[in-house]
Write a protein that binds this ligand. Structure first.
Ligand code: SF4
Length: 400
């Protein structure tokens, strides 16, 4: 380590030096790193940045997307969720195909390439009125309805769907695969403790970590490029944070399908059960991003800029290489009080830090370039026509 960091404890210096050399940290070392004192965080960030640079050069990516909140009904009641609504709430809504298409067409006009479908998990299992809504349209499940609207959006607008519908069985993923460039499910955290009374996932049948890992595993078996991640500050221990990252890494080592790992910070909001729960500090976020980079090596790491609006540039120095989906059009329905940074601002912030911002598709560049079974044949022509030899969106297709 450079002399400027000479306050670093030898033990931490040794772990970081070895991590940069071997591109690896083991679990015990990661437990130590996630607990380092504040004065050691810059050294973590420096080591993480070196690893990011070795794998990604100076390119930072984002996906230009529209957000389609297909339904905000859900059978779960996560303590941090501001998206979910109960039937009867004036803001409860399930989008019709016409409404979905109107948003997608506006997105296409705004130069978007991705349609991100976000929705509650299995509301039909809880709400009879929603079951009737689906039945009158000929559907027994939300996932079957989702498949058809993904297809509709792709056929009518060319936007590439990325579905994020919660827990899925193998056959659900197989059915959605044709009409999705990639799919996603946050692991959130691997801790079963969060399911206990008072925990963030109490009475949330779809937040059982084992089930979420199974969904991620099915996606790997079916060669679906998959986005996942952790939500920090929801009552997990620091060790559980590390364990969650290792669980993600192990799945990727087996199937090579985890295209993106999101490190998301919990934000308290007035209308959620966890409104009084403390938020992770910026330092905590930077430490976690850096440790994630040290654990995950060359995998893609994203942190949402809109959840730390005044300081997100720092994420670049902690080792991220992607800003996630950014919408020039629709608001962030999951965190509606936090508008996304304007793209020109994001570009400026990224360039100020010494990087180049490039647009990617909902399918990460390495999967496009490798073309090794992760591209749905139905979407292949569009995906390949939009991208250059690096798998990034061709410059003439980019819009700022
Ligand atoms: S599963 Fe998702 S949509 Fe449902 S309550 Fe939890 S965070 Fe909200």
């Amino acid at each position: 380590m450079p002399r400027i960091l000479n306050r670093l404890r030898p033990e931490i210096e040794e772990i970081l030096t070895k991590a940069v050399e071997t591109q690896e940290v083991d679990r015990e070392a990661a437990y130590r790193l996630i607990q380092v004192e504040a004065s050691a965080v810059p050294a973590l960030m420096l080591a993480a940045s070196q690893i990011r640079d070795q794998h990604k050069g100076n390119t930072i990516t984002y996906s230009r997307k529209v957000f389609i909140p297909l339904t905000n009904l859900c059978r779960d009641i996560c303590g941090y969720c501001t998206f979910v609504r109960q039937p009867g709430d004036p803001q409860a809504h399930t989008m019709t195909p016409e409404e979905v298409l109107a948003v997608a067409k506006a997105g296409r006009r705004a130069g978007c390439k991705e349609a991100l479908f976000s929705l509650g998990d299995k509301p039909e299992a809880k709400y009879p009125e929603y079951r009737s809504w689906l039945a009158t349209r000929g559907y027994g499940t939300t996932l079957k309805y989702l498949r058809d609207v993904c297809q509709l959006v792709y056929e009518e607008t060319g936007l590439l769907p990325h579905a994020n519908p919660g827990i899925m069985a193998r056959e659900d993923i197989a059915a959605l695969r044709d009409v999705n460039a990639s799919m996603g499910l946050m692991l959130e955290n691997i801790s079963d403790r969060l399911l206990r009374p008072g925990g963030a996932h109490y009475r949330c049948p779809d937040k059982v970590p084992k089930l979420r890992l199974s969904t991620m595993e099915y996606a790997g078996q079916l060669k679906v490029a998959f986005t996942t991640g952790i939500l920090i500050g929801i009552g997990e221990t620091l060790e559980e944070r590390v364990d969650s990252l290792f669980a993600i890494k192990e799945l990727h080592q087996q199937y090579g399908h985890i295209q993106e790992v999101i490190i998301q910070n919990f934000r308290a909001k007035a209308d959620i059960p966890m409104r009084a729960h403390p938020e992770p500090t910026l330092l905590d976020m930077l430490r976690t991003i850096a440790v994630a980079r040290l654990i995950l090596g060359g995998m893609n790491i994203q942190a949402p800029p809109n959840l730390t609006p005044d300081a997100y540039q720092m994420y670049l120095f902690a080792g991220i290489n992607d800003w996630g989906g950014i919408s020039p059009l629709t608001r962030d329905y999951i965190n509606p009080e936090r508008p996304w940074p304007k793209l020109v601002e994001l570009k400026k912030v990224t360039e100020e830090a010494g990087f180049e911002l490039r647009e990617r598709l909902a399918l990460y560049p390495e999967y496009v370039v490798a073309n090794n079974g992760f591209i749905s044949p139905a979407l292949a022509e569009r995906i390949l026509s939009l991208t250059d030899s690096h798998g990034l969106v061709r410059r003439e297709e980019e819009r700022w």
